[in-house]
Every structure is written in structure tokens, then in C-alpha cells.
Design a protein around this ligand. Structure first.
Ligand SMILES: [Zn+2]
Length: 136
């Protein structure tokens, strides 16, 4: 059963990101001008200003660089408290904010290796697959 989640960011760029997630692929925009990886999705390259982007497949692997537990209910009881958020530095470089899968903040060691997996979720925009990270 799909987890009910707060609304995702949708729109140009973001829609394509979620389409790739639906196929089980973590892909980020890559500037065709300078090669920079762009995350979150943007209309133009934040490094050179070019507007031409491809979608580059990520390995889905990275390391934990930061984390926190939320004890305040910001979503009307939708998310069970407390819930954990993690910041993953992908091996390709970009920092990716996500949730841990199969472990909690109390289990984390700095630099811990993680890999992406996708879970079935649902928000006001419909069903989708959310990238989360499990311990390697
Ligand atoms: Zn660029």
C-alpha cells in the first residue's frame, strides 16, 4: 500500500524527475553546455546559465553527510512522529535530501554508505515512487 505523503514539487523539470523515479531510476539534470549536474531540477544551469539539459542516470550510491529527526508535526498527522531526514552526498557529487529506509538516525555513522531504493507513495498529485536510501 502506498504511503500518504505531503505534496511533492511538480512542474517543469520536476515532472521529468518523477517520471524517471517511476521507472526505478534516479536521474538528475546535466547541463549540455558545461556538464554540471543540477539538483533540484531547474530551468537553466546554475553554473553557466545554459538552458539545455539532459537527464543523467546516477549510480544511486552515496554517503551520509547529515541527518536529523523531526518531532514537530508539520503535516496534520500525515507522517508518524518522529520521522528522520538524511542528506546524502551522491558519488556523482550532488547533495540529495531524502529519508532513511531500514535504519534510523540512531544507527547512523558519518560517511555511512547508502544506496537508493524506491517506495510507493501517494500525494494530492497521485501515486508516485519516492527515492529513499538504505544502508549498503
Ligand atoms: Zn552549465
Amino acid at each position: 500500500m502506498a504511503e500518504k505523503r505531503p505534496p511533492r514539487t511538480l512542474g517543469p523539470g520536476h515532472d521529468q524527475f518523477w517520471e524517471w523515479c517511476g521507472k526505478g531510476e534516479l536521474r538528475l539534470q546535466k547541463c549540455t553546455g558545461c556538464g554540471a549536474l543540477i539538483w533540484p531540477a531547474a530551468a537553466a544551469c546554475e553554473r553557466c546559465g545554459d538552458g539545455e539539459m539532459d537527464w543523467q542516470a546516477m549510480t544511486g550510491r552515496g554517503k551520509l553527510v547529515s541527518w536529523c529527526s523531526f518531532h514537530q508535526d508539520y503535516y496534520g498527522g500525515m507522517l508518524p512522529l518522529p520521522y528522520d531526514c538524511i542528506l546524502v552526498e551522491l558519488v556523482e557529487g550532488p547533495l540529495f535530501l531524502s529519508n532513511p529506509s531500514g535504519f534510523g538516525c540512531e544507527d547512523i555513522e558519518p560517511g555511512m554508505a547508502v544506496a537508493v531504493r524506491f517506495i510507493d507513495c501517494e500525494d494530492d498529485g497521485g501515486a508516485y515512487r519516492l527515492p529513499v536510501f538504505a544502508r549498503v
